[in-house]
Design a protein around this ligand. Structure first.
Ligand code: AMP
Length: 425
């Protein structure tokens, strides 16, 4: 079949790399793609916000299946519009994508269906949000309701900080995403991510993976889209996985089906493992980035039939097989990230890095200029290696990082430290 992949990040390069390896895939298109994806498919200049144009492209090029990588086109209803035109797509409908598109929607669902999460209230004006903060005390967490590209959450240590965050959001710092605010209790514990492939009724867990959100070593500094990831993640034990499935994932699927919006696609739960057990921090409705960059190299099964089965609602009999090997991804970002960055700095040594054993370099914010690769964004490369253990994968990934010649970039030097510490215990 011909497949169209929507997106241009490291996640999409990892998906493209795996989809292109499927015997089912005849031709892979990516819109807009990136120079890394160009090596496994055909990049096309197509704006995913223009649903009519995407549909016309699929019809003209006999595309039978569309895989939507990022959340924005999902929340905008691309999957619904493709379905209405008779084109099958991987990912949730517009309504089901509200699990990521509106934090208030998800919190209300948790309340109605007794899914464990932090206590909360929703607000449409600053005065009542501030009054609630004063009644609850600090630390407390202030969140913009809508999609804010990871910038919509403030973990406030003081009441003053929470008030400032509320004022900021209602003043329009995040645009329409901040027309409503969720204020919720601060949860203590270790964070974990959990990914399941869903078909509306069934959920097949993916291998465990964990990212590092903070920009600097030791998990310090501001939050980012993710500075690296590793798989497997020791925090997600079999017992914890069983609890998360029973207490969080399955009730969510039942709830969405009951609301007439069965969830299909990847459900990515951000969890806090508290003393009382796992609690849901948030849902994302797509593959994680950079986690996908460590999951794809570990996936033994063919990805494409699993994605099609998710769309077809026949995942019930599906099992995904994983390699025993570990994988670790080091994100290289442009200096200044997550703040303003300089673009167009040249990157050398990529061929040499890719020629190392068990290494694959996924592209995110890069662009080609003649035969040179230039940085074109915040997170630029995902240098990924596999090995028998996380420690071995880490050593290989940093060996590859060290042959990349990019004075305009930086990376953390401690990706995977939690997994290595857990091993010592
Ligand atoms: P989110 O975008 O909702 O995942 O939030 C971003 C980050 O903020 C999470 O990864 C947590 O580190 C932190 N966070 C969000 N909600 C809470 C909470 N209720 N308690 C403690 N930390 C939180």
């Amino acid at each position: 079949m011909n497949v169209l992949l929507i997106g241009s990040g490291g996640r999409e390069h990892a998906l493209a790399w795996k989809i292109a390896a499927s015997p089912l895939c005849e031709r892979l298109y990516a819109a807009p793609g990136n120079p890394g994806i160009e090596e496994c498919g055909i990049c096309v200049d197509l704006d995913s916000r223009d649903h009519e144009a995407v549909i016309a492209f699929c019809q003209e090029n006999e595309v039978e299946f569309v895989v939507v990588g990022p959340e924005t086109p999902l929340v905008a209803g691309l999957v619904d519009d493709l379905a209405a035109a008779g084109i099958k797509a991987f990912g949730p409908s517009r309504t089901a994508a509200q699990l990521e598109g509106s934090k208030g929607y998800t919190k209300d669902l948790c309340r109605e269906f007794s899914i464990p999460t932090a206590a909360y209230e929703r607000f449409k004006d600053a005065a009542s949000a501030k009054a609630y903060v004063e009644a609850q005390g600090a630390p407390i967490v202030v969140k913009a309701d809508g999609l804010a590209a990871g910038k919509g959450v403030v973990v406030a240590q003081t009441i003053a900080e929470a008030h400032a965050a509320i004022d900021d959001i209602f003043a329009g710092s995040l645009g329409a995403a901040g027309s409503e605010v969720v204020v919720e209790a601060f949860l203590e514990g270790e964070e974990a991510s959990f990914f399941v492939l869903c078909d509306g009724a069934h959920a097949v867990p993916l291998a465990s993976a964990q990212d590092h959100k903070r920009v600097f070593d030791g998990d310090t500094g501001p939050n980012t889209g993710g500075m690296g990831a590793y798989s497997p993640a020791p925090v997600m034990t079999a017992a914890l996985e069983a609890r998360v499935m029973a207490e969080i994932i399955k009730p969510t699927l039942r709830a969405m089906a009951a609301r007439g919006a069965p969830f299909k696609g990847v459900l990515y739960a951000g969890l806090m493992i508290t003393a009382e057990g796992p609690k849901l921090i948030e849902y994302n409705v797509r593959f994680g980035d950079p986690e996908t960059q460590v999951l794809m190299p570990r996936l033994r099964s063919d990805l494409l039939p699993a994605l099609v089965a998710s769309a077809d609602g026949v995942l019930g009999s599906f099992a995904l097989r994983w390699k025993d090997d570990a994988a670790l991804c080091v994100v290289m970002a442009a200096k200044g990230y997550p703040g303003p960055v300089q673009k167009d700095t040249p990157i050398g040594g990529l061929e040499k890095a890719c020629s190392l054993d068990d290494v694959v370099v996924f592209h995110a914010g890069t662009r080609r200029s003649g035969d040179r690769i230039l940085a074109n964004g915040g997170r630029v490369l995902g240098v990924t290696a596999t090995g028998r253990t996380v420690a071995e994968a880490q050593t290989r990934a940093y060996e590859a990082v060290d042959v990349i010649d990019w004075p305009g970039g930086f990376c953390r030097r401690d990706i995977g430290w939690r997994a290595l510490e857990a091993k010592k215990r």
